[in-house]
Design a protein around this ligand. Sequence first.
Ligand code: GLN
Length: 490
Amino acid sequence: MDALYTRSLLEIRDMLARGEVKPTAVLDDCLQRITALEPDLKATIGPLMAEEAAKTAAELEQSGPDPSKPLWGVPLMLKDCICAKNHPTTCASKMLENFVPFYDAGVVEKLRKAGAVLVAKTNMDEFAMGSDTCGSAMHPTANPWDLSKVPGGSSGGSAAAVAAREVYGALGSDTGGSIRQPASFCGCVGLKPTYGRVSRYGVVAYGSSLDQVGVLARNVPDTALLYEVIAGYDAREATSAPLPVESCLDELKNSRDLKGLRIGLPREFWNGNSEEVDACCRAALDAARDLGAELVEVSLPHARYGVAAYYILSPAEASTNLARFDGVRYGLRDREATELKDLYTGSRSKGLGEEVKRRILLGTFVLSAGYYDAYYHKAAQVRRLIAQDYEQAFAHCDLLAAPAAPVTAWPQGHLSGDPLAAYQLDVLTLTLNLAGLPGICIPAGLGQASQMPVGIQLFGKAFTEKSLLLSAHALSAALPSLGMPRGVPA
Ligand code: GLN
């Protein structure tokens, strides 16, 4: 029999539900895999949630399989910006090193109610600012395909853990691409739902108008199941959408072609990518055409201002969101300070990392009285134009397709010290957050030059996750399966 960890989430879920394997056995297998891989991979952060997980698994086992719990006994991980009661939530920052929330995030409540067993928090760039997880104040995470390379970011820990088969699925957050880009780099599936679709209650804010919690999993059906569990209205979150969540799980099995589907290719996103990324993604387009899709060229004329607008708006929001980390209310406190002002500056100087400080400075600057109109207001106008570009593009097609990143995973430390170069590489993901739309990244294959995973994104209109998942499923069945990552033992 294949080792348990090689099974997909749906497979293990069904085995558990049929009583073929017990929650404690699945958990033990998962913890063994984690313990074997973590010394090199470092996808998790802080202590494992092993004790709590063992208790949950034993309780589930005691009461027996429950068909009303779609994740009964399934081990999962959470990005470390998502609060789980009585377990540290650090956002990979020294500032929150000792922060232990006394409540669960809305999505965590939903996972627990569905019978999931939470095993670990995953590593990330500090406060979700970054694209390679090298920005974690604790330690970097490796890419399971090549340990000398980055896993992408900021949800790099979740992507690495899922791709390495440490766990069956994980939650991440996506403010400008942080689910889709690491999914692309590690060869797993990443779904960023529509803004407002999944509750942000209990999720540490980066850019509140852009942040969205989503899923990293090994394949599209696993992604769909996790998404359906975490999606839906939450009265405690002001931007939560009061809309029903349609299930696609039953239809997924029969979603085998793309007949009648028009896929738009935004011209701006199919230029300037590396040769291997371009080749892989164009092969995926050929597969889509073979499945019956019609491909049409579309344009997002303001997309080229996306990076500039995003790197004004997201730091602006971050600068106000992170004002709460002042040494008084949360986290690290400078014990040497004797005056209030020194307490603020001392705590923030010691607690926050370089990239976070850079963005707070930038955000405070673009919101300041003298520069608000020139920067913040202009960026907000550009954001509106980008959203309109998407609306106009969707007048000609049902979905859009684009590579997830212009390059494959780079060597560890390669972009440290060059923040602008890193920002530019977010060009293919961040406009979707500016427009608040849903997107999914699926593996398209291995790049010919680097032999590293390449992901292709599909974008949909707001709240069309169901059709997005159905199309992604049909397409991914026609794409090469990547198999087990080379950098970790099979
Ligand atoms: N790389 C982007 C940034 O640094 C996206 C981060 C994210 O989506 N959390 O802001």
